[in-house]
Design a binder for this molecule. Sequence first.
Ligand code: PMV
Length: 320
Amino acid sequence: MAHAPGKIILAGEHFVVLGAPGVAMAINLHSWVRVRPKNSPGVNVDADIPLRFISGEDRNPVFPNPPGLRPLQLAAEATLNHIKSKSSGLSVSVECEIPVAAGLGSSASTTVAIIAAVARSQGVELDRRQIFKLAFVPENFLHGKSSGVDQATCTYGGMIQFTRPSSIRTLQLKKSPVILVCDTGIHHATKTLVGAVIEKSQRERMEFHDHLAEVREISRGVVRALRNGDDEDLGKLMYQNHELLRKIGVSHPRLDQLVNAAKRAGALGAKMTGAGGGGCMIVLCHSNKARDTIARILRRGGATPYKISMDTKGVQSQTC
Ligand code: PMV
């Protein structure tokens, strides 16, 4: 068995694909994977995931491996190849409490948990670096061009600074930020959004040169604010990052409304998180009490709030 956390991005989504550093935090919403041997050859995947949000199909409990589960099957197959397993067949079951296609890393979380669990089922304990690298197979399949920030965060846990292709720095925080996640309920396709930003960056080279410089500054500032426990600064940088993401066209009117509502409700900072086009936004709050109040206000505005905290462990596996 293995489990892995989901994630939020505090700074740098989309620009991390273009080479800027991103800052991301693992959160206490998880996916769980159980692997069992089976008598027939090949890998069967069964997942408690609403596939219509990913690929237009619904979960089909009768036939194993509907096409929407292909990335999860790829994760298992890549792991078996990597460890040169002679396994005749495996059955992989996935449960996921992370909202799907919402920018919270549900795909990265499930794939790193599958990689760890499949290796463990063959008597191999992969180190985190190997799990991170193997996760590019399903993540690139799903996202087109994945920076690696999602699987790095879900694998290592905690708060990390990530720079392509594989620089992962765990940050020591003065204190954990009090964060509220709000789901708009509008589901997005990361692949389409990432592809559109890459194309735009090629068409608008001058503008993106400036945007990249701004994101580098924002990410550096966010790291500094987290190390110093400076919530005021962190909040301002989050608003600034949201504005930039809105400018390049990956936000959504609903996200903008929620960011403004959070600001009016006294949030220190708020921004969309992940690929955008809907999905989730994150809100930095003064205190747990302020978070309760802001959560109530945003729920009345139609969003689904999650009072998350940081997961510090990352992916964990065990034999049972
Ligand atoms: O799949 P999401 O919504 O968690 O977004 C991932 C973050 C991006 O920067 C948009 C893509 C990437 O691979 O870095």
